[in-house]
Design a protein around this ligand. Structure first.
Ligand SMILES: Nc1ncnc2c1ncn2[C@@H]1O[C@H](COP(=O)(O)OP(=O)(O)OP(=O)(O)O)[C@@H](O)[C@H]1O
Length: 321
C-alpha cells in the first residue's frame, strides 16, 4: 500500500479541555489513486491532512500509525520531514498563501522548487533549462503572462493566481502524493472547474496520488476514484465514488446527496439534514450522527457502531450490522 493509516486518533488540548477530533481513522491508498475526504466544516478533514504531513500544531496529540511509501512518519525528525514534504508529499493548504513565502517573488520560489527536485533526483539542469520548465509549467496551469507573474510577490496576485502558483509548485516538485485541502473554496465556479480538471489531468498523466479534501460531494465525485465521508471526526462511509453516489450505505451520505440541488423543475423543496453537527466537547454517546438520523433506533443512541466492510465499501452504521 502506498499510504496506510491505522487507528489514527488526534486530540487538541486547550484551556477549555481536550477534544478528540479524529478517532478510529483507517485509510489505505494505492499509488495513483485519488481519494476525496468529504465532510461538513469542523469534521476533522484539515486535521487529517496536517497529521499525514506531520504539520499538526503543538497543542495536538496524535496516536496511531501513518506510513507513506513504507516510511513511518512518526519516526521521522523535523529535518527529515521537511525533505519528505517537498518530495514524497506536498500539501496545498486551504489558504494557498500559507504555502508561499510572502517576502520572496513567485519566480524565486518556483525556481527553488525545481532545484529541490533536481537535487533529489540528481538531475543536472542548467539555470536556463530550469527557467524554461518553470515557464512551461506555468502555462500548464494556465497562468497568463508567466514572465510578469514571476516577478510578482504572492500578495500582488489574485486568489486564483496564487492557487495556480501553488499547484505549479507541486508540479515542479513532482511529489508522489498531493494533499489538496479545499483548494477551490476561494475560487469562483469556472476557475474551480479548471482547477479540478487540472488535478484530474495530473493524476492521470503523472500518476500522482491525490487526497482531495472538500465539503462538496459533487466535486468529490467529479475528481475521485474513492470517497471517504467523515462526520464528527469519524469515517462514516468509504467506498468507490460511483457506488457511494448511486447507492449510499450511510444515512448521512444519503442526507448529503439529497441536499444537492438538481435541475429537475418538478423536484420538491431542497432537503437539508435536520440539526447541526455536534460539538466535540459533548459528542452523543452512541452513533455520533444518531441525533440527526431519520432511521435512528434504540441501539444507535447507546452504542457506537464500528466501521465494517460491506462489499467493496466500509460503513459505520447499525443498519448495516
Ligand atoms: N489548533 C487547534 N486547537 C484546537 N482545536 C482545533 C485546532 N485546529 C482545529 N481544531 C478543532 O478541531 C475540529 C476539526 O477541525 P478541522 O479544521 O480539522 O475540520 P475541517 O473539517 O477541516 O473544517 P473546515 O472545513 O472548517 O476547515 C474543529 O472543531 C476545530 O475547531
Amino acid at each position: 500500500m502506498f499510504l496506510e493509516i491505522q487507528g489514527l486518533k488526534v486530540s487538541y488540548r486547550s484551556y477549555a479541555g481536550t477534544i478528540t477530533v479524529l478517532d478510529d481513522f483507517y485509510l489505505n491508498m494505492k499509488e495513483g489513486e485519488t481519494v476525496a475526504i468529504v465532510g461538513e466544516s469542523g469534521s476533522g478533514k484539515s486535521t487529517l491532512g496536517q497529521a499525514i504531513t506531520k504539520l499538526l500544531p503543538p497543542s495536538a496529540v496524535m496516536d496511531g500509525k501513518i506510513e507513506v511509501s513504507g516510511i513511518d512518519i512518526s519516526k521521522k525528525s523535523e529535518d527529515e520531514m521537511s525533505n519528505i514534504r517537498g518530495t514524497t508529499m506536498f500539501m496545498i493548504f486551504q489558504n494557498p498563501l500559507n504555502s508561499l513565502n510572502p517576502v520572496k517573488t513567485v519566480g524565486f520560489q518556483l525556481m527553488e522548487a525545481i532545484s529541490i527536485r533536481n537535487q533529489r533526483n540528481g538531475e543536472n539542469m542548467t539555470e536556463e533549462q530550469m527557467k524554461n520548465e518553470v515557464v512551461e509549467t506555468m502555462k500548464v496551469v494556465r497562468l497568463p503572462d508567466p514572465e510578469r507573474i514571476l516577478e510578482r510577490y504572492p500578495h500582488e496576485l489574485s486568489g486564483g493566481q496564487v492557487q495556480r502558483v501553488v499547484i505549479c509548485m507541486a508540479l515542479l516538485l513532482k511529489p508522489r502524493l498531493l494533499i489538496a485541502d479545499e483548494p477551490t473554496t476561494a475560487l469562483d465556479v469556472t476557475i474551480q472547474a479548471q482547477v479540478v480538471n487540472l488535478l484530474k489531468e495530473l493524476n492521470q498523466t503523472r500518476k500522482m496520488s491525490i487526497i482531495f479534501i472538500t465539503h462538496d460531494l459533487s466535486l468529490a465525485y467529479v475528481l475521485a476514484d474513492r470517497i471517504v465521508v467523515m462526520y464528527a471526526g469519524r469515517i462514516m462511509e468509504d467506498g468507490p465514488a460511483e457506488d457511494l453516489i448511486r447507492k449510499p450505505l450511510h444515512p448521512y451520505t444519503e442526507g448529503l446527496l439529497m441536499s444537492i440541488p438538481t435541475n429537475d423543475k418538478n423536484a420538491g423543496p431542497l432537503y437539508s439534514i435536520p440539526g447541526s453537527p455536534p460539538s466535540f466537547f459533548s459528542l452523543p454517546k452512541g452513533c455520533k450522527f444518531s441525533p440527526r438520523c431519520r432511521y435512528v433506533f434504540g441501539k444507535c443512541e447507546t452504542e457506537e457502531p464500528r466501521l465494517v466492510n460491506y462489499g467493496s465499501s466500509s460503513v459505520r452504521c447499525w443498519l448495516r450490522g
